[in-house]
Design a protein around this ligand. Sequence first.
Ligand code: 13P
Length: 248
Amino acid sequence: MARKLIAGNWKMNGNRATNAALLADVLQGLASGAPCDVAVCVPSVYLDQVSQIAAGTPLAWGAQDVSAKESGAFTGEISATMLKDFGVRFAIVGHSERRQYHGETDGVVAAKAQTALAHGITPIVCVGETLEQRDAGATEEVVKRQLAAVIHTVGHCVSEIVVAYEPVWAIGTGQTATPEQAQAVHAVLRAQLHAATEHASGMRILYGGSMNASNAADLLKQPDIDGGLIGGAALKAADFLTIIRAAA
Ligand code: 13P
């Protein structure tokens, strides 16, 4: 089993002053070492700031998206090469908010994952069903379809990705999947990875969706939950640190 990974997704939050304060508190909590891998995925305009603060600490940093294109006339996009310029280790791809509000298809998400990998950035590939899909009994079919697109595109490199299961109905709602519900989907994803690579047991499948200081330990105890992708609770140092300790 791989070392667990707790990654914060700051989404579109923060400013220079709050970032500095949050990171100072998180880094103080990690001063005696981190019990698991830890990262923060921040708005790209703050990568410079965050990289300067976190360099040489146990905290890695990442982006929340990456362009599938290398360079050129793609206004507003940020390339993998640019992210590498700021020491980015991870890039979230296919977050449900990108799929929902920016029309990202499975194909686009797969292309982004491939571009990230080609530049030595670990894509955190998000999959997850909506409430309607869950109620219709389509959870398994949806997450397998989303992951299959990435597997098909990146081939044997799939062992280099991180997967995040984020049920859309649990994101920002305070309604967490139960440990059993999450584990059931993680097991499906693990089996799918096993069929694609011999390295599946060492890959990390994170849970995301209202993971917080009180429910993290029970979720992280599940055999196929290898970490968390944390939204709201990653904006509060004490909560984020509690989740990190729960992953020990
Ligand atoms: P919340 O933890 O705020 O529910 O967000 C989860 C998420 O979307 C992380 O990517």
